[in-house]
Design a protein around this ligand. Sequence first.
Ligand code: KIV
Ligand code: ZN
Length: 511
Amino acid sequence: MNDRLFIFDTTLRDGEQSPGASMTKEEKLRIARQLERLGVDVIEAGFAAASPGDADAIRTIAETIQNSTVCSLARANERDIHAAGGAIKPARSGRIHTFIATSPIHMEKKLRMQPDQVVEAAVKAVRLAREYSDDVEFSAEDAVRSDMDFLVRIFTEVIKAGATTLNVPDTVGYSIPALWGERMKQLIERVPDSNKVIWSTHCHNDLGMAVANSLAAVMNGARQVECTINGLGERAGNASLEEIVMAVRTRKDVFHCDTRIDATQIVPASKLVSTITGYPVQPNKAIVGANAFAHESGIHQDGVLKHRETYEIMRAEDVGWHANRLTLGKLSGRNAFRTKLSELGIVLDSEEALNAAFARFKDLADKKREIFDEDLQALVSDEGYAAGQERYKLVSMKVCSETGEIPHAQLVFTDDGAEKQAAGDGSGPVDATFKALESVVNSGAELLLYSVNNITSGTDAQGEVTVRLAQDGRVVNGQGADTDIVVASAKAYLHALNKLHSKRERAHPQV
Ligand code: KIV
Ligand code: ZN
């Protein structure tokens, strides 16, 4: 059996389906660059037919990425396939991933189609997709609740129509490892010419078994796993890339296959996705959680000091921990700054943007002695990355917070370049800041989440604040970073407002 396991990353598509995780084109591009550095085989960059913005982001990623295949999702209909085909056109290597539901409940209640019509639509979609690319993936949505004979039938027909990867999704996270492995095994045994295609699995985590189910499929012949960084994704998420990759690498004796992933890029990828989406990583999360390699008990510490492998099955540095080398300091110049950004895969699109980022870096270096890679990532995320595109921008602020007194905030910010003043009281300095901003902006947005994380360690570390706002059914996350967490909070709030504003602009572009 082939010993290469392909990694298909869907952070930018299924991951983006997490509430509030929607990303701007620039943010998607940054993640795509990091995924390429990580060595993923396929980047599912979005769903082109979903919106012109999605199609544009996929096209830009396709133009930029050289060493990973760039893929667009498409339902099994002509319009979606044309949109996907157009979006991946500039890619050096492009894939169309078309899907249709195959379970009785989905066919009857959602599609309102007969099984024969579903097979016909799948075959037509694959044939049309092949006109755009030789690399076509077909997914049988809700395969977990689909009839086995029907799956064999539809997979047989799409192979004849030209599909090169067949994906078996557990769309609702319903399976368990023994059953999922068996399903993969039977499909490979029963579908004629199954050895001519790559079998893939795509598992959701509703019962906490997405990784276990994916690995069971691998043990039974799947050679592509669809997964996301940090397990981000619809509802309880998808199988987490880092866990899949490190499981097969650490237990080669069991899986007999490996990926081409550069594991030292895993932690940077995890941090980048967390920063951009505002989804923090739980401290005890395998591989990428802050405590994943921390030993608390004396017995464990003693053991590790005597012989690391007594309690460690992987090395922290192999997955990219401790890679946060000291990067720059107060005296670093513009060239060193530019070089460091490009090493981190951050490309600023104009000299003006570079100058603005450099000014922010100097500002930070005045407050913080040591600047790490993560600080730079936060610094560029912080201001919306694409300089000049945001409507609201913080100019300055002053907050008074004293025992026994009502906290008061005063802010100066710009709204499309025009300076505005805001003042407000609140139950704490952050509450006062948000109330002050709202008193002028009047967005009426509902605050769904507020969280603070430290970017690096130490009391001089930057605090990174995530604010999740909802307005008219739209949910966005805003981030802000600063050594002062109240300033970081104001930036995060304005960043979220900017995202709401740009979503509104996209939905109702002004003529
Ligand atoms: O979960 C699912 O079934 C999907 C398909 C589109 C592959 O995301
Ligand atoms: Zn999915």
